[in-house]
Design a protein. Structure first.
Length: 465
């Protein structure tokens, strides 16, 4: 008899786990109360990155006008924001349908509704009409994702006080958007709306935006943002929010200051969606942040219950969620596997330029007990960067002193999300700078600078900028 797998949640962790389990011969059921792909595909990763693509297209028109490739009137044309919104949401919906087709082809059963652990090896699925079905499960995977964090002093109204998923259905481009929160999501939305033509104020509670990223990378992005006319309020924490007619007033914690805009977007993090899942009924432990604690292969405190993705409160990335889901199913169904290496995860912030990182920073390497050398090479002398007007940014390679093993890297550039891949492979497979440097790269290309930075370390050059 095949193993029975019930997956609660249909985001990247859930649907990737379902495909893997079905391929291994399990009887798989997904219970999800929204389209497959979840928040990531429907409201977050796919639509937000598509919005950024539209914004960058606008920026490219401006750059083209500067060199005479298009007339200035083309670059300065009015933005049809509702049309952009329909397009980005349509892409998300289309991707969700593709995922539905994929899991159907794999033989996975889909139940639209809410899933809840109701007993030992049992899940109750309740559909939108109130219908209830009891599902027996040899293993359960909880993959319910996360939801936007809402602070006590503001209530989103989807008109002018917004969360990320609200922006796509605005009837017009905001005249002045105040973005509260300067992490990855805040920086991405701030960048997109500024490129589309909104006045943007970015409220950062820290000295620098992108506080968890490489400081040099954050410095580049801040410089680009301000050159493009964005206002950054540093060391400013939002403490209140109210509407006054067509304006929104955000109170700040310094000198009773306020910032007034036409709209405000709060991007102050995500919280695991772990409530009302019946976890306490079967003794699954939830930590004080609301995340479900798991071991290296995704098991919770109950061996037959696994968890993956944002609900575990680890790295909240779609790529990580998908790998957590696959890993959980490989383990549950007895396959050989390698636990996720948290020191080898690649991630990208899709500003312009993008910020991509992989592996350990020098500070993290020092905490782990070994020294690294770093080579930095700016793109300002790269011929391909000159051609595509992508001079802002750099590549960094971090390698262990002595062995030359690549342990991490940073790329700040146009298409950094692609350029980080050779460094990700090097970190994952513990390659040396010599192996990375000896690969022949295309000329002219941005990737050539990745190999050149590795050659700097291979040759023993002093790190330079």
């Amino acid at each position: 008899m095949p193993q029975r797998i019930v997956i609660i949640g249909g985001g990247p962790a859930g649907y990737e786990a379902a495909v893997v389990a079905a391929e291994l011969g399990a009887e798989v059921t997904i219970v999800s109360d929204e389209g497959l792909g979840g928040n990531c595909v429907l409201w977050d990763c796919v639509p937000s990155k598509a919005l950024i693509v539209a914004a960058q297209a606008r920026g490219q028109l401006s750059a083209a006008a500067e060199v005479g490739a298009v007339h200035e009137s083309v670059a300065e044309g009015e933005v049809d924001f509702p049309r952009i919104g329909r397009w980005v949401l349509g892409l998300g919906a289309e991707q969700s349908v593709d995922i539905e087709s994929r899991i159907a082809a794999a033989g996975v059963r889909r139940i639209t509704g809410r899933g809840r652990i109701s007993g030992d090896h049992r899940v109750t699925a309740t559909d939108a009409d109130g219908g209830v079905e009891e599902l027996a499960a040899d293993h359960v995977l909880v993959a319910t994702g996360s939801r936007a964090r809402v602070l006590p002093f503001f209530t989103p109204d989807r008109e002018r006080i917004l969360l990320g998923q609200d922006v796509y259905e605005l009837p017009e481009l905001p005249e002045h958007l105040v973005v509260v929160g300067s992490g990855a999501t805040g920086a991405e939305f701030a960048h997109a709306f500024r490129r589309l033509g909104s006045e943007v104020t970015l409220v950062s509670s820290r000295e620098h935006i992108l506080p968890t990223e490489d400081p040099d990378a954050a410095e580049v992005i801040e410089d680009v943002f301000e050159r493009r006319g964005m206002r950054i309020l540093r060391r400013s924490r939002a403490v209140s929010c109210r509407r006054e007619g067509d304006d929104v007033v955000v109170g700040l914690d310094r000198d009773e200051a306020e910032v007034v805009g036409s709209h405000v977007l709060f991007t102050v993090g995500q919280v695991p969606a772990s409530a009302d899942l019946g976890l306490e009924r079967c003794g699954v432990e939830v930590n004080r942040w609301g995340g479900i604690d798991v071991d290296a292969v995704g098991r919770t405190s109950k061996p037959w219950v696994y968890a993956a993705g944002d609900v575990t409160n680890r790295l909240m990335l779609a790529s990580v969620a998908a790998m957590q889901g696959r890993t959980a199913m490989w383990h549950a169904l007895g396959e050989a596997l390698q636990p996720i290496r948290w020191d080898a995860v690649a991630a990208t912030i899709f500003t312009d330029p993008e910020v991509a990182t992989v592996g350990l920073s020098p500070a993290e390497a020092d905490e782990a007990g070994f020294r690294v050398r770093t080579a930095r090479l700016d793109f300002r002398n790269n011929p391909r960067a000159k051609m595509i007007d992508a001079l802002d940014g750099f590549v960094k390679v971090h390698a262990m002193v002595g062995s030359g093993t690549v342990v991490g890297g940073v790329v700040v550039s146009s298409r950094a999300s692609e350029l980080i891949q050779p460094l990700a492979i090097a970190v994952q497979h513990r390659m040396t700078v010599s192996q990375l440097a000896q690969a022949i790269t295309v000329y002219p290309s941005m990737a050539g600078s990745v190999a050149e930075a590795a050659r700097m370390l291979m040759a023993g050059d002093e790190p330079r900028r």
